[in-house]
Design a protein around this ligand. Structure first.
Ligand SMILES: [Zn+2]
Ligand SMILES: [Zn+2]
Length: 234
């Protein structure tokens, strides 16, 4: 049996139970932390537990539950921060104030070492991820896609049975639906994804069942029950 090119461990962090992941290249054991919202000591202990050498920090979007601990990890380990897309700068500027508002007072702002754009490649050890810009939840939101492993980390673009909130400043419902249907669906129904919150799913399962973006929902062109999502900060 061949060894998969990457492995992933999910570590929900912060009171918002954001799905931070540690992902690594199985050949080199070089890893990335995607979306470190908080709980730095626990994440660093996770690297040690799996024998992973941290190479970089990756950010899907600049909400504080996803990015609030990037600065501290970069400072403590010396690794670079890649992402999000530059259109999320205004969210980076708000990390500290929104952290206080949502019970993550230690959340800190940061400066990415590399901004990401649609079609960019992010290397990790001997392997690489493709960057897909998916605006709508935030304008600078990116998704990390590993083609060979059929894996994506989608942040708050898509959830099992739901989609990201679009009622924040610069959020846009139509942009989000378009990004999901024209940029994520073509990657393949067999792609498994880690969403920003809640359980994993596959693009194929969501195309069948998701009330917002199933093939049926998109055909009938009815906006889904978006108000349901207003309960939490995702
Ligand atoms: Zn979130
Ligand atoms: Zn978010």
């Amino acid at each position: 049996m061949s060894v998969p090119p990457i492995q992933v461990a999910i570590a929900p962090v912060t009171p918002l139970q954001q799905n931070c992941t540690i992902v690594w290249c199985t050949k080199t054991m070089n890893g990335a932390i995607i979306d470190p919202g908080g709980e730095v000591d626990r994440l660093l202990a996770g690297l040690e537990k799996y024998g992973v050498t941290l190479e970089k920090i990756l950010i899907t979007h600049a909400h504080m539950d996803h990015a609030g601990a990037a600065a501290e990890i970069a400072e403590r380990t010396g690794v670079p921060i890649e992402g999000p897309h530059p259109d999320d700068q205004f969210w980076i500027d708000r990390i500290e104030s929104s952290g206080k508002q949502y019970g993550i007072p230690e959340a800190r702002s940061f400066t990415p070492d590399r901004w990401l754009h649609d079609g960019d490649k992010v290397t990790l050890g001997d392997t690489e991820f493709e960057v897909v810009h998916c605006p709508g939840h935030t304008p600078g939101h990116v998704v990390f896609f590993h083609r060979e492993a059929r894996f994506a980390q989608v942040g708050d673009v898509l959830f099992k049975g739901s989609i990201g909130r679009t009622d924040f400043p610069h959020g846009n419902y139509n942009d989000l639906i378009e990004a999901i249907s024209t940029k994520l669906w073509p990657l393949g129904e067999d792609v498994s994804f880690v969403p920003g919150h809640g359980p994993m799913s596959t693009f194929g399962y969501e195309r069948k069942t998701n009330p917002f973006v199933s093939d049926l929902a998109l055909e009938s062109n009815q906006p889904g029950p978006a108000a349901d999502l207003a309960e939490r900060f995702s």
